[in-house]
Design a binder for this molecule. Structure first.
Ligand SMILES: C[S@@+](CC[C@H](N)C(=O)[O-])C[C@H]1O[C@@H](n2cnc3c(N)ncnc32)[C@H](O)[C@@H]1O
Length: 264
């Protein structure tokens, strides 16, 4: 009896089966997962802005890629020698990431987990490098998310967010009086636009902070901006001179918000 064997799916078939793609991965043979991406060669063009600011050799670095999607940044860090944990809440994107990981043969240094950014509050690992890119504005509770994430940063964090236009910074915000509230309407006062009913076709786009707000929130989370590698991208590091209020005077609120108990 002649047995019909189905031909193995081609790489293009496998990519098609896993559509839609948000990351245009360049697979080892040059095949791309989303060559007609509406943002261009995304996120390779962002990586080209960022990568000169990161160590070329990441051997021995333990990295976390939050909202890893199909794993573009995860793989780039792993190619530099890092161990990387990629987390995302979306199983579809994680399936893409796991499949692509085997294409790149990076399974020995990469792990993926389906989890929410808030779940990090119940984990104790510290990461040399945390990528927190393209996630902040998708959070309904963004500052809680940032406060949780910042507590896992040992050396560096890369933060990227959708923003409101404008580069102004109104710095004299310290302890103003009730009668000075008109200052809050200054373009450079730190602020976030709240998006109630979807934005760019995505109902999880909740917020758009301005540049001043991003800097202020990062500072308030105990981080210092050291570089701005590209539009909306901030490189930062823990600032021991100015720790987050969530580890000092506002600790009780943070513990309560994350379902943790204060030690007696
Ligand atoms: C705009 S994409 C950014 C992907 C990638 N970080 C980048 O910068 O190209 C947002 C990603 O974050 C994930 N995401 C959204 N909210 C999340 C949350 N609360 N916890 C973990 N991942 C989340 C989405 O599933 C999606 O893959």
């Amino acid at each position: 009896m002649i047995q019909a064997t189905l031909p193995a799916p081609s790489l293009h078939d496998e990519i098609r089966q896993r559509q839609p793609w948000f990351h245009n991965l360049h697979l080892p043979d040059g095949t791309q997962t989303c060559p007609d991406h509406w943002l261009g060669d995304f996120p390779a063009f962002k990586w080209r802005q960022l990568e000169p600011h990161l160590p070329a050799d990441l051997r021995g670095w333990n990295c976390l890629d939050i909202g890893c999607n199909a794993g573009f940044y995860t793989f780039e860090l792993a190619k530099r020698g890092a161990s990387v944990l990629g987390i995302d809440l979306d199983r579809h994107y994680l399936d893409q990431a796991r499949w692509a990981c085997s294409q790149f043969r990076l399974d020995h240094s990469v792990r993926f987990e389906q989890t929410q950014v808030y779940d990090l509050a119940r984990r104790s690992e510290q990461f040399d490098l945390v990528l927190f890119m393209g996630v902040f504005y998708h959070l309904r509770y963004p500052l809680l998310g940032l406060d949780i994430v910042s507590q896992h940063v040992k050396r560096l964090m890369v933060f990227q967010s959708l923003t409101m236009p404008g580069e102004e910074v109104f710095a004299a915000t310290r302890d103003r009086t009730m009668n000075e509230r008109d200052l809050m309407t200054q373009p450079g006062w730190p602020k976030m636009a709240f998006i109630e009913h979807s934005f760019a076709g995505d109902r999880t786009n909740w917020w758009a902070p301005n540049h001043a707000a991003i800097e202020a929130m990062l500072r308030s989370a105990g981080l210092r901006v050291t570089a701005r590698p590209g539009h909306e991208i901030y490189l930062c590091e823990p600032d021991p001179q100015s720790p987050s209020c969530t580890v000092t005077w506002d600790r009780a609120e943070f513990l309560s918000a994350t379902g943790q108990e204060a030690s007696p």
